[in-house]
Design a protein around this ligand. Structure first.
Ligand code: DC
Length: 234
């Protein structure tokens, strides 16, 4: 079966942790009048649910039990305005999923093939049900989830700059010691996400690389919006 690439109204934005994917994707979606789906939010929502139900030793979590938990609660995405928001058992968890308790364990959860299959199905369902254009950000959107997306961006940024942005976002001091600590945490997560067996972080062959180290958020959004105008004429 030949799939019609132009009918997929998806822009895929992938890249490492703290490369600015979600803020860029959210602002781009608003500019285009599209919706925004942060796929990391689903992995985080499921991790939050797992920590609450099973405690903080992920090695003891079975993939089947995680998927069953996600279905039972449920863990899901709900469209609020132009943003898909994560919910656990009907409660908005957008703030709770940023907790370090979740960040510490999310790479382990995201490495499980059963979990990835479940999350991917939820993303495809959400985009299909929405019916309009969606900017989706994550690690494997262009390679695995929406390989037919007509526009794929791979964001990169210098590790030091990513650490600085992360600290600034959290309103924390940007001193040398904190920067070094945050850079090490980001590097560990990049390593885990890039070397896992299933859907490792890597650019799709047809992704446009964009280094944002010296760009403002507005400049990043403008570069991608210009490409979107070419790829999605009218
Ligand atoms: O972007 P983030 O930090 O919120 O993502 C949380 C984790 O989820 C990250 O460690 C990698 C994983 N993830 C993934 O494996 N695939 C995606 N499409 C999105 C996130």
């Amino acid at each position: 079966m030949t799939r019609d690439r132009t009918s997929t109204r998806v822009i895929a934005i992938d890249g490492p942790a703290a490369s600015g994917k979600s803020s860029t994707a959210a602002r781009l979606a608003r500019r285009l009048g599209w919706a925004h789906l942060d796929s990391g939010a689903l992995y985080r929502a499921l991790t939050l649910a797992a920590v609450d139900r099973f405690g903080e030793s992920p090695r003891s979590w079975s993939p089947a039990a995680l998927v069953a938990l996600a279905e039972e609660l449920p863990v899901r995405l709900v469209l609020l305005g132009d943003e898909f928001q994560p919910e656990v058992a009907g409660v908005d968890v957008e703030a709770a999923i940023r907790d370090t308790r979740v960040t510490r364990h999310v790479s382990a959860v995201a490495a499980l093939p059963e979990v990835r299959a479940w999350v991917n199905a939820r993303q495809r369902e959400a985009v299909r049900a929405h019916g309009g254009g969606v900017v989706v950000d994550g690690r494997d959107i262009g390679t695995v989830v929406f390989p037919d997306a007509p526009l794929k961006i791979f964001l990169v940024a210098d590790p030091g700059e990513r650490a600085r942005r992360r600290l600034a976002q959290r309103g924390e001091a940007v001193d040398a010691a904190e920067l070094a600590r945050e850079s090490a945490l980001l590097a560990a997560r990049d390593e885990a996400d890039s070397t896992r067996a299933v859907a490792p972080l890597r650019p799709a062959p047809d992704a446009v690389p964009l280094d944002t180290t010296d760009l403002s958020l507005e400049q990043q959004v403008e570069r991608i919006a210009a490409l979107a105008r070419e790829r999605f004429p009218g």
